[in-house]
Write a protein that binds this ligand. Structure first.
Ligand code: FE2
Length: 183
């Protein structure tokens, strides 16, 4: 009998997941946040409803929060952030040792570009990842990665970190084989 196929999480460094989010709506909610200017790089932490204190303002980003909550219903979301990168900025090559599916006790980071990807190249293992606004990607960030921002507007991504439960593992593996079959 044929063995079921398994994805090798040590080898696979990128998987596009079968989710398409409304990038225009995410951008409108981002604009409504009215965030302060920054230099180079800025991160905004998003609090899930159960993490908020009574005195916290209600979120003005219902769509973004609902998509984070969608993952939190299936696994435990440990961190959700908006990552802003200024035009001309470069994120030097580095590894995030706890952000790989193959790493024991790791979390997994999903990246959802919101806008500003034009002119930006995200290199993972020296190979560009062709991420587009509204898509959702698993990236094995325990491997070396760097970013070159050669565009003219800021680049804004949503990232969601979560425990790699079996649901998360199956999602990534099934999406990987779908990607393989499509190519
Ligand atoms: Fe990183």
């Amino acid at each position: 009998m044929a063995q079921p196929k398994q994805m090798d999480p040590h080898v696979v460094d990128r998987v596009k997941l079968p989710f398409e989010y409304d990038a225009d709506l995410m951008r409108a909610e981002y604009d409504a946040m009215g965030l302060h200017p920054y230099m180079f790089y800025s991160t905004i932490m998003l609090k899930l409803p159960h993490e908020r204190k009574p005195e916290d303002q209600p979120s003005s980003s219902p769509y973004i929060m609902s998509l984070i909550e969608g993952f939190n219903l299936r696994t435990h979301v440990t961190l959700a952030r908006i990552l802003r990168l200024e035009p001309g900025a470069e994120v030097r090559e580095h590894c995030d040792p706890m952000l790989g599916l193959d790493v024991p006790n790791s979390v997994v980071r999903l990246t959802i570009p919101i806008f500003g990807g034009e002119g930006v190249t995200f290199y993972l293992n020296d190979k560009p990842v062709p991420m587009a606004a509204g898509e959702c990607w698993y990236l094995k960030l325990s491997d070396q990665h760097r970013i070159m921002h050669g565009g003219t507007e800021e680049r804004v991504n949503l990232t969601i970190d979560m425990k790699p439960t079996q649901w998360v593992r199956d999602l990534i593996q099934d999406s990987y084989f779908e990607m393989q079959n499509a190519s």
